[in-house]
Design a protein. Structure first.
Length: 276
């Protein structure tokens, strides 16, 4: 009997597959090993497990397979690029398609957000944005701006910067506060807005928490405010009407950078290219 004819559980039991070496993220590993949930293939918006069950992939992988699984034209393009050039260290060297991709992404991003910095993950993007914010203020002679503002219930990744910004207690319990100098505004998940289609009408005043931090810490000490336009890791939390615009006004008035973390809601997931 070949491996393909055995179930995953049988292969694990017979030691043909070992579950010992791989340490799974955000997973109770002992529970998983006791009852492995294996996905063996995908096509379009569906996954198939090792028992042949068809499963809707309702979160598009982890928000990164918006075009669907198994797209032949994508696989062909990736294969062609691998055969032409698989990797070139991006220091003092480049490939023309890097510039082409940056131009095409800049055509999608809102307003004058037209400088593209490629990274490997959402976590790296947030930590990079924090560093860029600090460097920006240093270049302008305002190196004292080193406080960041985020929100409760926010998720901004698993780097130390993202852990510090995040407002999820289970992501911080084992690691402390992460970086110092992060203040958290209240979240906008209000009962009055439950089951509301689109943006609710209650809670715009919660944006004034940012103004309170300006009064508490001094605007000259605040580098940036990080916000998910639609929070995604503790429920899809849509902001109240006028909330994001009010944050924009406060940031503009005090020279604070406003960073929209759209790792979850960007690239068409709201029906528009970006929620920003």
């Amino acid at each position: 009997m070949g491996h393909a004819e055995l179930t995953i559980q049988e292969q694990v039991a017979s030691k043909r597959i070992s579950l010992d070496e791989y340490w799974m993220p955000f997973t109770p590993n002992r529970d998983f090993k006791a009852d492995p949930q294996m996905v063996v293939r995908a096509e379009g918006m569906y996954l198939w497990n090792d028992r042949g069950d068809k499963i809707i992939d309702a979160s598009s992988g982890l928000f990164c397979v918006s075009a669907g699984h198994g797209r032949k034209e994508i696989a062909d393009a990736v294969g062609a690029q691998l055969r032409e050039l698989d990797f070139c260290a991006p220091f003092l060297r480049a490939h023309p398609k890097q510039f082409e991709l940056a131009t095409r992404v800049a055509e999608l991003t809102p307003g004058d957000l037209n400088r593209i910095f490629f990274v490997n993950s959402g976590s790296e993007s947030v930590d990079s944005a924090m560093k860029i914010a600090l460097a920006y203020h240093q270049a302008r002679g305002q190196g004292g701006r080193n406080i960041f503002v985020s929100r409760e219930r926010a998720y901004h990744g698993v780097g130390f910067g993202g852990v510090a910004l995040s407002g999820l207690v289970n992501n911080r319990r084992k690691f402390g506060t992460g970086l110092p100098a992060v203040a958290h505004m209240r979240h906008t998940h209000l009962k009055e807005n439950f089951f509301t289609k689109g943006e609710g009408v209650h809670g715009v005043e919660l944006a004034e928490d940012l103004a309170r931090f300006v009064n508490l810490y001094g605007a000259e000490n605040i580098a940036a405010c990080f916000v998910e336009p639609i929070a995604g890791s503790s429920g899809c939390l849509v902001p109240p009407k006028g909330y994001l615009k009010r944050l924009r006004e406060i940031c503009d008035a005090h020279g604070i950078l406003l960073v929209f973390d759209e790792v979850i809601c960007g690239f068409g997931r709201t029906g528009q290219t970006f929620a920003a």
